[in-house]
Design a protein around this ligand. Structure first.
Ligand code: PLP
Length: 365
């Protein structure tokens, strides 16, 4: 189930549990700390002029993003959330294939965030899912082989760190593939959680855009560390030609004034980002400690969620957690027996730790 179908099928569940502080905060990897005070103030300040179209706020944000990556505003494609950036990128490649009379496929690891697939499917794009290996790492070799064997255009969607595992794909392997890929392969690199990564081993694929590579777009978002999920601001970073091609498929004025000014203020509020990252580091360590203590297997997390093994049926575990007012993720086949936990505030995680220990006492985990 994805977020769209979850919302339509579970509105009763959501309203029924709306008293819990955990329901909305720990399910879709949002930042429970909420947005920066500077972002809130920016929205208030912008309201008197919100009767105008958002061009000014949008161009200031685009400009700042260009500067942030030492690129230009022509390297930035704003999205109504990075979901729209992914959608537009998929449409751009599908359209290119159609115009050139070529076949098209989308190669995705499995499990991963499924929006590229959801947007590609209705366009008649063939979806090729490559299961992660035993260690939950992407099987880049098989993905690469699928692209090489294909007589047509391949889109490759890679989420780094991956959702739901929170694991990183080694930069060297990823970079090598992108650099050596033939012209008929286009990469959508989803870095929705990149701001949470603190290991020096990670290098953003934006460096490849800086180096002038034309075969990728990097999707980023203000929904996660910046805590603006409800305001819907995301963006793509690519070389100007690609941005121009992708922008054809985004809705005009796709970012509203409130979202744009909040994103701009958040981007400049480095202290807030640092505070959020540190808070997640503390929360992650608390969860890692309890998982170790209870001898529960987990994947190395580089994001604001962690993937861990559960005993028995994941649905039962999810329901029991729900009864304790903790919303944990569903099972993500083919990673059977694993559950994704969004890392909330340290206070929320203290409650999770206590609950997990109580589950162990009952023999549930
Ligand atoms: N990419 C990944 C990996 C995600 O997990 C999400 C949201 O959960 C998104 C993209 C979409 O985020 P948004 O459209 O809010 O920017």
């Amino acid at each position: 189930m994805n977020r769209r179908s979850f919302l339509t099928s579970s509105s009763l569940v959501i309203s029924g549990l709306s008293l819990s502080p955990f329901v909305s905060s720990v399910y879709f990897n949002e930042n429970s700390l909420g947005m920066s005070q500077k972002a809130k103030q920016a929205i208030i300040n912008a309201l008197p002029n919100a009767f105008r179209y958002p061009d000014d706020a949008r161009s200031k944000l685009i400009n700042e993003l260009g500067k942030e990556f030492k690129l230009s505003d022509k390297h930035i494609s704003l999205g109504n959330g990075s979901s729209e950036t992914i959608q537009a990128a998929v449409q751009y490649v599908a359209n290119k294939a159609q115009k050139e009379g070529k076949a098209i496929q989308l190669i995705v690891p499995d499990p991963t965030f499924n929006y590229a697939e959801l947007y590609a499917e209705p366009l008649g794009v063939k979806i090729v899912k490559i299961p992660v290996d035993k260690t939950l790492a992407f099987d880049l070799e098989t993905m690469q082989k699928k692209a090489q064997e294909f007589d047509g255009i391949s889109m490759v969607y890679l989420c780094n760190p991956n959702n739901p595992t929170a694991m990183l794909t080694p930069t060297a392997a990823l970079t090598h593939w992108i650099k050596s890929a033939k012209e008929n392969v286009f990469f959508i690199i989803d870095e929705a959680y990149a701001e949470f990564v603190s290991t020096p081993e990670f290098t953003s694929a934006i460096t490849l855009v800086e180096a002038g590579y034309k075969n990728l777009i990097v999707a980023r978002t203000f929904s996660k560390i910046y805590a603006l999920a409800g305001l819907r601001v995301g963006y793509g970073v690519a070389v100007p030609d690609v941005v121009a091609d992708v922008d054809v498929f985004v809705s005009i004025d796709n970012t509203n004034t409130a979202g744009a000014v909040a994103a701009l203020a958040s981007l400049k509020d480095k202290a807030y980002v640092e505070y959020s990252r540190k808070s997640i580091d503390v929360s992650r360590q608390m969860v890692v400690d309890v998982l170790k203590e209870l001898d529960i297997e987990y994947a190395p997390s580089h994001a604001n969620f962690i993937f861990h093994k559960v005993k028995g049926d994941v649905k039962t575990y999810q329901n029991r957690m729900k009864d304790a007012n903790i919303m944990v993720g569903r099972e993500f086949p083919p990673a059977l027996g694993w559950s994704r936990l969004t890392l909330g505030t340290p206070e929320e995680m203290r409650y999770f730790v206590t609950t997990l220990k109580a589950f162990r006492t009952k023999g549930w985990i």
